[in-house]
Write a protein that binds this ligand. Sequence first.
Ligand SMILES: C[S@@+](CC[C@H](N)C(=O)[O-])C[C@H]1O[C@@H](n2cnc3c(N)ncnc32)[C@H](O)[C@@H]1O
Length: 257
Amino acid sequence: MSADFDPLNSQLLFKLPRCLHKKSGWTGHTPFAMFLVELLRPRVLVELGTQRGVSYLAFCHAVEELKLETRCSAVDTWKGDAHAGNYDESIYRELAGRHHRYESFSSLLRMTFDEALPKVADASVDLLHIDGLHFYEAVKKDFDTWRPKLSDRGVVLFHDTVELARDFGVHQLWRELSPNFPSFNFEHGHGLGVLAVGPRPPAALLEFLAAANARPQEMRSLFSTLGRRVLLEAEQEWFSRQTPLVRALKGIKFKPL
Ligand SMILES: C[S@@+](CC[C@H](N)C(=O)[O-])C[C@H]1O[C@@H](n2cnc3c(N)ncnc32)[C@H](O)[C@@H]1O
């Protein structure tokens, strides 16, 4: 890895996210989400596509932990789409409960991505996470319509960059965009692409990208291992919330034969 990038300097690399979800494709990326907030120290962060908030609550957790002055917004209809499926009000209600502690710096914008455009100033967004509908045309439209919102140090995160099932088209857009900007693609958890779109990316991000592109397999192993740990913690937390019978079984000490 590059001499300038030392993961041990990070305050958040080994921090577990407060909200654990064992079923989400995003869970394994939460260590990178928190680390990226630390690298970028964004002034404005916007997420397109939040659902249960696995990614968004990890961003907010990092902002709180680092005491940043970041303004965060999550945009979603909280109704679902062709890939996420249609879901009921309980998803929004549960997220709103978990989000409550972040309300001093974060807003849940319950509307379409297009409806949210006038609510965000042009050239203001330092970190944009695009995770809405995953057809090629949809994700390209999200990128094209939100690109004017990016600041001169704006970074875009794309989820599902290696997902080929169900007509997902993020991989195609990633192939088109990534050669044109400093970038790196993680391959675990359906893929997560980091694209430094603004002409003046933060030095810390460039150092990270140089290190990642110099030794891509090692960087992928580092973050997939950290992600796997979060997934295991999420499974353990889920298991411990199961029925009293399961809890009782967990408590039984088995004698070796
Ligand atoms: C894959 S989920 C987001 C997952 C989330 N980032 C996580 O960490 O688990 C996609 C979400 O995007 C929302 N969505 C898709 N297209 C949208 C649009 N045009 N406007 C608002 N919300 C949209 C859906 O309601 C769905 O909740």
